[in-house]
Design a protein around this ligand. Structure first.
Ligand code: 9MR
Length: 360
């Protein structure tokens, strides 16, 4: 037994060491706030109802949430006359109780729709269906949501429609007027929610993505010219860690072009799929992290960017294992926390990119 004075010294220094080790690194939202940005995540109903551990980590990392499906037609509209806000309200209640803000996603999309909508929609009833939906949904949360992804994924130049619009049920019924109706009705119903146009596939210099960036800029110019009240572009950022055509200059120019129109930009659905990368976890994580860092550095360097949300917070629960499953069946490592809820190299890359962003 060492003398008392020696014991005290040992106890004191080990306590100090523990305190230094345990001092948690600030969460992503806290770091983002220091730069005038926000950080957040999508949350699905499964996580909200069954995974309190993930919810705890969400509170530590996030300042903003978005429903992965709860605010879409499929979840909100059991039939043409009824609104069921139960699941979406439950997520908003969690967010409010936790001091988090929420985005709304989404009011017009060609997926995530109830079967009855696809059967019912005609050119004759489409405008009324869309207006009634937006008034009902946006009105229900008036003043409570910070943004609305008013329309989602409306561009696909391969479909050869006017303005490079994707050929969808809404577009076939209403043409480009679907955008006028959706943005004006949202603006009239809740003027306080920032009105976003959200899309994917503008991240790389692949030919179809070059076309998509051009199509997005053309569409924005047309909307602004016609006084359609769109206010921001959502870059989904479903990145591919195996893709080699990431060009930071092209990306930064795209964001600058959007900003020069007076519009804001939000990174709305960040994740980095890794199904083209080797199984070895350290090297996979390294590539995923470097890829995200390069993309985020290029985008966050522009002060028009308001914040970043990832499409989920933990690898425990990501859509990628369905749609982009790895051939070796290993779970993807696409999000800032791994399945054990430890921060990954991707977390560090996001943190570093946020720290390096100019203050807004
Ligand atoms: O990740 C979402 C998945 O859980 C839903 O089943 C699906 C349909 O509602 O939507 C997925 O989210 C998509 C998002 O709404 C728009 N961008 C692509 C996302 C992944 O497909």
């Amino acid at each position: 037994m060492p003398p008392l004075s020696r014991r005290k010294f040992i106890a004191g220094s080990s306590l100090a060491l523990i305190a230094a080790d345990a001092a948690p690194q600030p969460g992503l939202h806290a770091r983002a706030r220091a730069r005038g940005l926000f950080y957040g995540s999508a949350v699905n109903d499964d996580t909200l109802t069954n995974d309190p551990a993930v919810l705890g980590r969400i509170k530590a990392e996030c300042g903003v949430l978005v429903g992965e499906a709860q605010f879409k037609w499929g979840d909100l509209r059991p039939d043409a006359k009824t609104f069921d806000f139960t699941r979406a309200d439950a997520l908003l209640a969690f967010a409010t109780k936790s001091g988090l803000r929420m985005r709304g996603h989404t009011l017009l999309w060609h997926e995530g729709n109830p079967a009855w909508l696809e059967k019912t929609l005609t050119p004759a009833n489409a405008e009324k269906l869309l207006v009634d939906h937006i008034r009902g949904v946006v009105g229900h949360w008036k003043g409570k949501l910070m943004h609305w992804d008013v329309v989602n994924e409306v561009i696909d130049s391969d479909d050869k429609q006017p303005l490079n619009l994707r050929k969808t049920l809404w577009q076939q019924a209403l043409g480009a007027r679907m955008l006028d109706i959706a943005y004006h009705t949202t603006a009239e119903t809740d003027p306080s929610a920032l009105r976003v146009i959200n899309d994917y596939g503008t991240d790389y210099t692949l030919a179809w993505q070059d076309r998509k960036r051009g199509a997005m800029l053309d569409l924005l110019a047309d909307l602004l010219h016609r006084k359609v009240p769109v206010q921001a572009v959502g870059l989904q950022a479903h990145l591919d860690g195996g893709e080699v055509t990431l060009d930071q200059k092209v990306l930064a120019k795209f964001v600058a072009d959007i900003a020069s129109m007076g519009l804001k930009v939000i990174v709305t659905e960040l994740d980095v799929r890794d199904q083209r990368l080797p199984a070895d976890i350290p090297s996979r994580d390294e590539t995923v992290a470097a890829h995200a860092r390069a993309w985020l550095d290029a985008v966050l360097s522009n002060r028009a960017v308001l914040g970043v949300l990832s499409w989920g917070i933990s690898d425990r629960n990501t859509w990628l294992n369905g749609q982009f499953a790895r051939a070796d069946k290993l779970p993807q490592r696409a999000l800032p926390l791994d399945a054990a809820l430890n921060r990954t190299k991707l977390w560090s890359a996001i943190a570093a990119s946020i720290d390096a962003a100019p203050v807004r």
